[in-house]
Design a protein around this ligand. Sequence first.
Ligand code: ATP
Ligand code: MG
Length: 138
Amino acid sequence: MEQTFAIIKPDAVERNLIGKILEKIETEGFRVASIKRALLTVLIAEGFYHVHKERPFFKDLTKSMCAGPVVLLVLEKEGAIKAWRKLMGATNPAEADEGTIRKEFAVNLEKNSVHGSDAPETAAFEISYFFSQTEIIS
Ligand code: ATP
Ligand code: MG
């Protein structure tokens, strides 16, 4: 079963959307193989988003990820990586399809409520960045 990594971002946790987002995740047939609440530090957020470090929005992005608690998730499903990206919707919620999490819950490009790995290599890196193997129950 393929695994992917997801974050419920600070903007969504702050608005008490954890339950609604998890409901969509489970309804779409994902197994929550691991879940924890965390408060990221800037150093941890910078390491996590290192691929974006040359982008003009890097500082705002890493700061916003530390603005409040997040929920970290390992999700499992056949084709989980693509399926989770589809359920999240487009990065900019103005472009997100009906029925996606970002269409329904995101505020704007910066407060877009969820993160998802974009490829098998990034999923492996991101899962191991936050979880040890003993914390993941398939
Ligand atoms: P994520 O990695 O959070 O799942 P994504 O893969 O859809 O989102 P990325 O291109 O990886 O999008 O960008 C990471 C995050 O940086 C986005 O979720 C968004 O919050 C923010 N971001 C992306 N592009 C911009 C931009 N042009 N201006 C401001 N913030 C941006
Ligand atoms: Mg991304």
